[in-house]
Design a protein around this ligand. Structure first.
Ligand SMILES: NC(=O)c1ccc[n+]([C@@H]2O[C@H](COP(=O)([O-])OP(=O)(O)OC[C@H]3O[C@@H](n4cnc5c(N)ncnc54)[C@H](OP(=O)(O)O)[C@@H]3O)[C@@H](O)[C@H]2O)c1
Length: 236
């Protein structure tokens, strides 16, 4: 497998002015306004696939659909499915059968599991309409393998909508091209409240992921920051 063969990958997240993406209870809070909501919808409509971790599915239960009917129609007119492929990174096939991502809106879903997933759970998810379960990796989901598989299926543009654990894995493996962070005008606080990137973190300056600022624009009552990852793993 060639790691160069992967989609363009970008992360989009909203965080509070103090850098939190949800409450200390890991529950979703409103961070952005109407314009940012519409921007996110437009980004979804421009993507071939949207990826989240199982932590986000369990915490927020997102449907990850394109909300604007006009945008869905435009996608269909250009020969695309009305919603991008929705991808859940879920080693143990824990995605609930009644999760919004599996039940709301038309289009394909891919649940990426590892060899740790038990056969019954894989079968249960695979029996859902428009849902495919793929096995990538032995312990956790092998993200390089998954990105290659998505690329093989024609995914050129992949939007990642968190959470911080998945973002860490992708970033630390240098699999992210751009990061878009909306900084909202609220303070959430809480030592344990999740941030855009979790995981073990880097401890030395040499390891840090270096970013180049693409733009910083006022939007609603907050700021949209766009960053390009400099030392990413994409030479092809
Ligand atoms: N404000 C925002 O924009 C925003 C957006 C999204 C989420 N959030 C918040 O973020 C929180 C959820 O984030 P989270 O960090 O707990 O969960 P997450 O990143 O959504 O999912 C992480 C889980 O994915 C699974 N996984 C499998 N293979 C993996 C791999 N190679 N690398 C990383 N993860 C892998 C692991 O569970 P298994 O081992 O069981 O597979 C892991 O615990 C919630 O509080 C949510 O509200 C906020």
């Amino acid at each position: 497998m060639n790691v160069r063969h992967r989609p363009f990958v970008f992360i989009n997240m909203a965080m509070s002015a103090d850098g939190k993406v949800s409450s200390v209870r890991r529950e979703q809070l409103r961070i952005s306004g109407a314009r940012d909501f519409d921007r996110v919808d437009s980004l979804r409509a421009s993507s071939d696939a949207i990826m989240v971790g199982i932590g986000t599915v369990l915490a927020d239960n997102p449907s990850l659909t394109v909300k604007s009917e006009k945008r869905r129609e435009e996608r269909k007119k250009s020969g695309k499915p009305e919603n991008p492929i929705r991808v859940v990174v879920d080693s143990e096939a824990r995605t609930p059968i009644d999760a919004e991502v599996l039940n709301r809106g038309a289009g394909m879903r891919i649940i990426a599991v590892s060899k740790r997933a038990i056969v019954e759970d894989v079968g249960r998810l695979g029996a859902k309409a428009d849902t495919e379960v793929v096995v990538c990796g032995s312990e956790e989901v092998d993200l390089k393998e998954l990105l290659y598989l998505l690329w093989q299926r024609g995914v050129n543009r992949l939007m990642v909508e968190g959470g911080g654990t998945l973002n860490w894995s992708l970033l630390s493996q240098r699999l992210v091209d751009e990061i878009y962070i909306y900084v909202g005008n609220v303070v959430i606080g809480g030592d344990g409240a999740p941030t855009p990137v979790g995981g073990p973190g880097f401890v030395s300056e040499e390891e840090l992921i270096k970013l180049e600022l693409i733009s910083a624009d006022k939007m609603d009552e907050g700021v949209l920051l766009k960053w390009r990852v400099i030392n990413r793993n994409r030479t092809g």
